[in-house]
Design a binder for this molecule. Sequence first.
Ligand SMILES: [Fe+2]
Length: 276
Amino acid sequence: MYLNPYPLLEQALLSDNPDEKGRLTQALFAQLGEAEGLTIEESKPVDCRFAGHPLCPRLVVPSEVTPRKMNTVEGYAAMLHAIAHIEFNAINLALDAAYRFRNMPFQFVRDWVRVAKEEVFHFGLMRGRLNSLGYDYGDFEAHGHLWDMAYKTAYDPLLRMALVPRVLEARGLDVTPGIRAKVAQRGDMETCDVLDIIYRDEVGHVAIGNHWYQHLCRERGLEPVALFRSLIARYDMFIFRGYVNIEARERAGFSRFELDMLEDFEKSLKQDKKAV
Ligand SMILES: [Fe+2]
């Protein structure tokens, strides 16, 4: 059976109800599991400045997110809410990758819908932890930073793979162990278990991003390491700021050689900026 996944993908992506988005994603994953390939699709993807999200949380620019101290229940809930929000965005980002880039192989669509399904699971788990504290998703404000990058990279799957999974999602590998340590210090072992699941799965998601980044570079005859350096400079992004989880990044498909080159390159960029 050949499948046209795009109508359902569009519905899932634009759905502003997290439960419905989750159900549609799971239905799509099941359909793709049984399909042998994709039908030829003539329609164009919709251009969405915003993917479907509930009215709450209210989206603000990152600097306007009210800082909260983790030593109060409210502050702790706000921190869990921020993680739930990242997971919610990750559902949309994965659905959008599967939906938007129409000339990619069947396996690309399958991979990103599988990622979306895992993000639905993460979101549900983190929402459950919030609920256990008497809060829910939408109770705090949140920022739209992750989706902004999706919008900026909507015209090219190579750019998307380079900057979303390999930069933004890979950042999650750096910060999760530190967050887990703080959560463990509070004695909240149930949330630690959720973070362990998220961390384990995120290595796989970054690996999928790496796989397709390499695939697209090969297809276009581009040198992946040099291209990546020029992209992070052009988009003013960075890898080496704060703790970088080399071990997890290597498991996710970054080579030690590339990471060393990037670190040197970013150092020289910083020095150039200082010199200006
Ligand atoms: Fe996730």
